[in-house]
Design a protein around this ligand. Structure first.
Ligand SMILES: NC(=O)C1=CN([C@@H]2O[C@H](COP(=O)(O)OP(=O)(O)OC[C@H]3O[C@@H](n4cnc5c(N)ncnc54)[C@H](OP(=O)(O)O)[C@@H]3O)[C@@H](O)[C@H]2O)C=CC1
Ligand SMILES: N[C@@H](CC=O)C(=O)O
Ligand code: NA
Length: 428
């Protein structure tokens, strides 16, 4: 029986897991696809680096082109990261008729449309399940499971590193820096963890999910992004007191075929199932017009969960090969894209204000909300033990982003407000 030969670009956290699964589950895998699967060549940066798995040295190369150019290799698994150079490798592999499996959301969020178009032209598959929510089969679900529905909202915890950090800060009072170092050690964080904590990694994933869910071409520039670096322990404590957890949420919404996509730390009501998603776990909540509410949960990063998705994609490529349908089943974006304006985007807001503790303050503040037509759900005032000021927590009803920006702008010149300590979107 002819084996399927695989070239691996990268043998780090994810690549190592791929080798473990292909070797450890070989019998099951080859029974499913009808051929043995062989990891033929592996590109790494440093051939002399110590590896936690046994791999024949003559399979390793420091030149990715050697893998791309190998005529024996049928499928390239790209788990090395990088964008511009990696795109060249992928496009050339497609030119040579090789199928691609990748975990690279940076690449797919920026150049997915171009790569998928080339794949169709070459009748090759490009699968990227591992790129969003590592171990959760969410991409397959959006493409196939929801093909019959119209998706109105996708809300997700799609970054494992930041969820791990927020969970440890909330549950153990741990310090941000310590937990980030831990997440890096566990292999959850990106090579440059700035993209995790600044929300860019989640934004890339939301661009991918938005494109698939709404069947339109969501560009990374369409995603409004705010990361978790400014989330303080105080914010987390106040959130808990008011019945919320702070989560880095990606939110993609559709109304009348107009879209908004954002990533921001969000106050999520304890009663919402996404508030209970902790540690490196991810969850993607999908609201479909016909199906209603659904939610998908699982590990979002790490060696074995991510490798599970990669190898499942590999199995799909080989099954398609047997059926002769590679590159034929993809459906490109077909809906025109129209983004919602700040006047149209509306949600609840949580504000923590430091104010002068004297008579008439509350009425001055509520007058500002009234001026911009923002109505309030709750107002809680408490003295601040360490100063003569007071703190006010305000939760608004749904208000447009434009109106809230005006309120916050007005607060800058309102004498009774010392400081807007924090402002969060509220969900649930
Ligand atoms: N870690 C995770 O949980 C997840 C990661 N991803 C994505 O998967 C990809 C890989 O991530 P991860 O495994 O964590 O990354 P690592 O940094 O652990 O591994 C990267 C691998 O690529 C090799 N490599 C890097 N640059 C080159 C190059 N120029 N030429 C040849 N080899 C190179 C490295 O070689 P060497 O070993 O010699 O240094 C290493 O083996 C990224 O795109 C990431 O975003 C997606 C989902 C989850
Ligand atoms: N750095 C990412 C890895 C998976 O995509 C994360 O933390 O989610
Ligand atoms: Na996934």
């Amino acid at each position: 029986m002819k084996s399927v030969k695989v070239g691996l670009l990268g043998l780090g956290t994810v690549g190592t897991g791929v080798v473990r699964i292909v070797e450890g589950h070989q019998e099951d895998l080859s029974s499913q696809v009808g051929s043995p699967i062989v990891i033929e060549k592996v590109a790494v940066k440093n051939i002399d680096k110590h590896r936690s798995i046994d791999i024949e040295r003559n399979k390793l190369t420091e030149d990715p082109w050697e893998v791309i150019h190998d005529p024996e290799i049928d499928v390239i698994i790209e788990v090395m990261g990088g964008v511009e150079q990696t795109k060249e490798y992928i496009l050339e592999a497609l030119n040579r008729g090789k199928h691609i499996v990748t975990a690279n959301k940076d690449l797919m969020a920026l150049y997915g449309a171009e790569i998928l178009a080339k794949a169709m032209e070459q009748q090759c598959d490009v699968f990227y399940e591992a790129s969003v929510a590592g171990g959760i089969p969410i991409i397959r679900t959006l493409i196939e499971g929801f093909s019959s529905d119209r998706i109105l909202k996708i809300m997700g915890i799609v970054n494992g590193t930041t969820n791990y950090i927020l969970t440890k800060m909330s549950q153990e009072g741990a310090s941000y820096d310590d937990v980030l170092a831990e997440a890096q050690q566990l292999g959850y964080a990106e090579a440059d963890p700035t993209s995790d904590v600044e929300g860019l990694d989640a934004a890339r994933k939301m661009a991918i999910l938005g494109s698939l869910g709404f069947r339109t071409n969501v560009d990374l520039r369409d995603v409004a992004v705010r990361g978790i670096t400014a989330v303080s322990k105080e914010d987390i404590l106040y959130a808990k007191r008011m019945g919320y957890e702070i989560k880095l949420l990606g939110i993609a919404e559709r109304q009348d075929d107009e879209y908004s996509i954002s990533v921001q730390p969000t106050m999520v009501k304890h009663s919402h199932p996404i508030a209970a998603v902790n540690g490196v776990f991810n969850a993607v909540y999908v609201y479909g017009e016909a199906v209603g509410e659904t939610m998908f949960y699982g590990p979002g990063a790490g060696e074995m969960p991510t490798a599970t998705s990669i190898v499942a994609d590999l199995v799909a490529v080989i099954k398609n090969k047997k059926l002769g349908v590679n590159g034929l089943r993809a459906i490109g974006p077909y809906k025109p894209k129209k983004l919602r304006t700040d006047e149209q985007i509306a949600y609840k807001n949580f504000l923590l204000l430091q104010v002068a503790d004297k008579a008439g303050v509350l009425s001055k503040i509520t007058q500002v909300f009234a001026e911009y037509d923002v109505s309030l759900e709750s107002v809680v005032q408490s003295p601040n033990a360490s100063t003569s000021d007071a703190e006010i927590i305000i939760v608004t009803h749904n208000a447009s982003k434009a109106a809230m920006d005006k309120v916050l702008n007005h607060f800058e010149s309102l004498d009774v407000i010392r400081k807007v300590k924090s402002a969060y979107r509220v969900e649930g």
